[in-house]
Design a protein around this ligand. Structure first.
Ligand SMILES: Cc1cc2nc3c(=O)[nH]c(=O)nc-3n(C[C@H](O)[C@H](O)[C@H](O)COP(=O)(O)OP(=O)(O)OC[C@H]3O[C@@H](n4cnc5c(N)ncnc54)[C@H](O)[C@@H]3O)c2cc1C
Length: 472
């Protein structure tokens, strides 16, 4: 018996359920495959840096699999339509009787897998699917009435005990017998994506890098709850791109944090808070599966469709380019544009600024983030945007609008981060960075080339409050 393991966003060897099961099933070798689907990735608005990172990780994986005698084949089809015939034919051509996959929960991806399952059945090949992407699989937690949890805190309570009771990680897969199939070269380019201006130096590819990041972060995890909101400090794990393409398993991250938590008799606040963030990742997947409309451009709260979102291209362009005149917003957007990643605090600040102060449709922002982020993930991105726009499940109340100046005063008091990302503001004293009147005076006195406010703070705030209050 020979297995075909189809890798998607599980590009690792350690703790990979489908890979381990594929090796257990086989006695005549295992074949791997990765599908490149350029048109589909473009439709999903995947960022250049994200696709480049993905391909680099596929290359890394291919080398690691070769050490286990598992050749990785590369196939290209424009979009998911081509997957059913590609996978079922490949299984037959390579003599594999069973295809192994780890589930992806997005609508397009799960429909694709249903079609692949059918094609395999018709070709006399079995398809086995596993839960592997998150810590507690979607649909395995529900309320006493059998409904899905739409609020995080009660979900988290049940999640905590379920995770501890049910978690199992997969053993390392064993060396396979050699088979006469050669691995394919991994391409250097993907049609429609430009790899030239991406900061790969910040995000080295591979499972080893992800493991090292987890190890480094674990040593400092106790400071996480204090440092995680300060963008000038490396206070978070910087694992999101790796978790997103599956270069490391979320289960392993949880097991590590839980080990630290247990050894501190539950006192390590940093580890506790980090587990909570991993739970948000699970939660947004759980919401997406229970309520698929959120991944189809619809708000979780249908009545917020009545908000008269503005379609002001000029304001949107200022936000995208980090030229709104609000230093912390501009610093965040420039970090995104320059590095492909943005600090979580700033994702909230910039998303709230767009959807509240500028009253621009959250879907515009969600799509722009996706087109730039190296860790772009439908469920987390959508969850974060709908949280910030107050259209989502358990989202911020519409009247709690972040004041960008109070946010920067609290989380970047010395202006270290602002000055790094907006070098033209270096001569401005820290106090003025957090005070609109002082900022305006400092800029005009010293002739600094920095934009005027794209919107008056109070007027923008009132406009948003009015729009939400007027909802029927
Ligand atoms: C508007 C907005 C958009 C976002 N878009 C994405 C996205 O596309 N992809 C993405 O991975 N995260 C997204 N997030 C969540 C969060 O900002 C990032 O996961 C985090 O900044 C990644 O940095 P880190 O790996 O150092 O995180 P850490 O603080 O070390 O957290 C560990 C891991 O937990 C998960 N996580 C942390 N916070 C959240 C959260 N609020 N929601 C879901 N998962 C979380 C991530 O996988 C992260 O890597 C978004 C948040 C907002 C407010």
């Amino acid at each position: 018996m020979r297995s075909l393991i189809w890798f998607r966003r599980d590009l690792r060897i350690s703790d990979n359920t489908a890979l381990f099961e594929a090796t257990q099933h086989a006695d005549d070798g295992v074949v791997g495959v990765f599908l490149i689907t350029p048109k589909q990735w473009q439709e999903h608005r995947d960022a250049n840096c994200k696709v480049k990172f993905l391909i680099e990780n596929v290359r890394n994986l291919s080398n690691r699999l070769a050490e286990l005698n598992i050749p990785l084949l590369i196939r290209t089809c424009d979009d998911f339509q081509g997957a059913p015939s590609c996978i079922s034919n490949l299984a037959n051509e390579t003599g594999c009787d069973t295809v192994f996959i780890n589930r992806e929960y997005e609508v397009n991806e799960s429909r694709r897998d249903d079609r692949v399952s059918l094609a395999c059945e018709q070709a006399g090949v079995a398809l086995r699917r596993f839960h592997d992407r998150i810590i507690v699989p979607p649909k395995s937690i529900s309320t006493k009435e059998g409904k899905f949890y739409s609020v995080f805190t009660p979900y988290r309570r049940v999640w905590d005990s379920t995770a501890r009771e049910t978690i199992t990680t997969s053993p390392q897969p064993s060396l396979q017998p050699e088979i006469p199939i050669k691995c394919d070269p991994v391409p250097e380019t993907v049609a429609g994506f430009d790899f030239s201006n991406t900061r790969s130096d910040l995000w080295p590819a591979g499972e080893d890098e992800a493991q090292q990041r987890l190890e480094r972060f674990s040593q400092n995890i106790s400071a996480y709850n204090i440092q995680r909101d300060i963008p000038s400090v490396r206070g978070t794990s910087l694992l999101s791109p790796y978790l997103n393409i599956g270069a490391i398993s979320a289960r392993q991250c949880f097991v590590e944090a839980d080990r630290i938590l247990e050894s501190s008799a539950g006192e390590n606040e940093g580890a506790k808070t980090w587990v909570s963030e991993l739970t948000w990742r699970d939660f947004y997947n759980h919401v997406m599966v229970a309520c698929p409309r959120v991944s189809m451009n619809q708000p979780f709260k249908p009545k917020t469709n009545g908000i008269p979102w503005r379609t002001d291209e000029a304001d949107f362009a200022a936000w995208k380019s980090g030229t709104t005149g609000y230093p912390i917003v501009d610093a965040g957007m420039r970090q995104l544009n320059q590095t492909g990643w943005m600090h979580n605090r700033l994702r909230m600040v910039t998303a709230m600024f767009l959807t509240k102060n500028l009253l621009i449709d959250w879907r515009w922002g969600e799509s722009y983030f996706m087109s730039q982020l190296i860790d772009g993930d439908l469920s987390a991105n959508n969850g974060g945007w709908q949280w910030s726009a107050s259209t989502g499940t358990d989202s911020v109340p519409y009247f709690r609008i972040f004041n960008p100046f109070s946010q920067s005063k609290r989380f970047d008091p010395d202006g270290l981060f602002i000055r790094k990302m907006c070098p033209e503001l270096r001569p401005v004293p820290a106090k003025a960075l957090h005070d609109p009147a002082k900022l305006t005076a400092a800029i005009s006195n010293s002739g600094i080339d920095y934009p005027k406010f794209v919107v008056d703070y109070k007027a923008g705030r009132e406009r948003a409050l009015h729009a939400f209050k007027s909802l029927k």
